[in-house]
Write a protein of this length. Structure first.
Length: 185
């Protein structure tokens, strides 16, 4: 049974993601960027992140064995996301700064600067792993992508990691003290 690619994309769009612009040096050392929502952390030791880039894009060629920066956009940067998604925003003023390895956008919610670690075949995409070299972050709300549209983040709920039963620093499920498994008394 063949899957309908459009319907699969609609289904996958039900997973809300943050919005990033991945930046690197282009040809002749010019700064280049592309909007990416397929970004995830991979490992803390070593510190690794992953971006998934359509192999048919110019960005995929530029990232091949090149340092890059993941710029996490805040909720006020919809125009930045559109600009780097191939919809140039005529009046958009972009501020760039040179990182230690790759260019980055000024004013983003966070940045993660990476050196190339590995690249893997991901079908019509290439999965680029980067080793985190430096990072920085602020406290504004993120831009969110859901069902093909940009959204603002809703209400926050307090669910700290340490209350989860699979917290590696507190013990894995089945290894916690009895009172922790019951939720404490």
């Amino acid at each position: 049974m063949a899957l309908d690619p459009r319907e699969l994309r609609n289904c996958l769009g039900r997973f809300a993601t943050g919005v990033t612009v991945v930046t690197c040096h282009g040809r002749e050392a010019t700064a280049h960027g592309m909007t990416v929502n397929a970004f995830t952390s991979v490992s803390l030791d070593p510190p690794l992140v992953l971006v998934s880039i359509d192999r048919r894009t110019k960005g995929s060629e530029l990232l091949d064995e090149a340092p890059f920066t993941v710029n996490v956009l805040h909720e006020g940067q919809r125009d930045v996301a559109l600009h780097f998604a191939g919809r140039p925003q005529v009046n958009l003023e972009l501020a760039w700064e040179e990182g230690k390895l790759a260019p980055r956008l000024v004013g983003c919610l966070a940045y993660i600067e990476c050196e190339p670690w590995a690249a893997y075949d991901g079908g019509d995409h290439v999965l680029f792993l980067g080793r985190v070299h430096s990072f920085g972050f602020g406290e504004t709300a993120p831009l969110v992508f859901f069902t093909g549209r940009f959204h603002a983040l809703g209400d926050a709920y307090d669910l700290p990691w340490l209350e989860a039963l699979d917290c590696p620093t507190a013990g894995w499920l089945g290894q916690l003290p009895a009172d922790a498994r019951r939720g404490g008394d």
